[in-house]
Design a protein around this ligand. Structure first.
Ligand code: 2HA
Ligand code: ZN
Length: 270
């Protein structure tokens, strides 16, 4: 069997967690990522691997039965992933309708998957229905998006429109807009189910006073979505207290819709 720490998906996961830490999005043990492995890649590196342990998940997700995920560990620091991937990451296969995760590799110090595993798995199930290519769920704590949730209306149309107005690229990158949950305690099945419900129609979900979820086909796409929303929020936090002399009008945004043939969320532009 090939060395799993050299697998392209592992290398990319290590680079991504390292980069997210460098962006300041993942203080301490903040943030978590799950990556759905393709059958071929998991076979290549894990064929015949006997489960090391069985971990109860506390929820069911029959759509994900048999699927294999590379996932960050609970209490683990993104900054440390590069130095000890086999401690800070794990690979699990969901079984028994999602009620059990069999550990195939990693969490070598006896640890387990992220406390936000329900939000991750429920979001994967929702996104796979919307787009069978979706393989990544990413959560982190970018400062400007968090700051914005203290001073901006949390209505998702209003929140989305402000981000779109902050830089030309925003509507191009997330024409589907941003979902916004009410504040809820994290790490629960309830916030997982609420996040997944939003994920049926959007790829970014803000958790006020906490952070954001982004999804995508691969780690780059999920990272890029969050990066673009965070840029919009950064501009907002720089200008919100200043007199506004110019903006991106709905007329400008409609021009972008035409230019890039965007499917802009219905009713968000006038
Ligand atoms: O993993 O970010 O939401 C720590 C968190 C919880
Ligand atoms: Zn968090």
């Amino acid at each position: 069997m090939k060395n799993i720490t050299e697998a392209p998906f592992m290398v990319e996961m290590i680079r991504t967690t390292t980069n997210m830490y460098a962006h300041g999005w993942d203080e301490r043990n903040g943030g978590n990522i799950s990556l759905l492995l393709e059958e071929a890649e998991s076979c290549e590196y894990l064929a015949g691997a006997e489960p090391l342990r069985s971990l109860p998940t506390g929820f069911t997700a029959p759509e994900l039965d048999g699927k294999v995920f590379l996932v960050t560990g609970t209490g683990k620091y993104f900054k440390n992933v590069q130095y000890a991937p086999e401690v800070n990451l794990g690979i699990v296969r969901l079984e028994e309708g999602g009620a059990v995760a069999r550990l195939l590799w990693g969490f070598a110090d006896g640890g387990q998957f992220t406390s936000e595993f329900p939000a991750h798995m429920m979001s994967h199930a929702a996104r796979l229905k919307a787009n069978p290519q979706n393989r990544v769920v990413m959560h982190c704590h970018p400062s400007n998006l968090l700051a914005m949730t203290y001073v901006h209306d949390l209505d998702e149309r209003a929140f989305t429109r402000t981000l779109w107005q902050m830089c030309t690229e925003c509507i191009v990158v997330f024409p589907d807009g941003v979902g916004v949950l009410p504040w809820m305690p994290c790490g629960t099945n309830e916030i997982g189910a609420a996040t997944a419900r939003k994920m049926e129609t959007v790829r970014l979900v803000v958790w006020p006073q906490h952070g954001i979820y982004g999804v995508g086909r691969d780690l780059d796409e999920a990272f890029g979505l969050i990066e673009t929303a965070e840029k919009g929020a950064e501009i907002y936090m720089k200008i919100a207290h200043l007199p506004l002399l110019n903006t991106l009008s709905d007329e400008h945004l409609h021009q972008l819709e035409k230019r890039f043939n965007l499917k802009v969320r219905e009713g968000y532009l006038s």
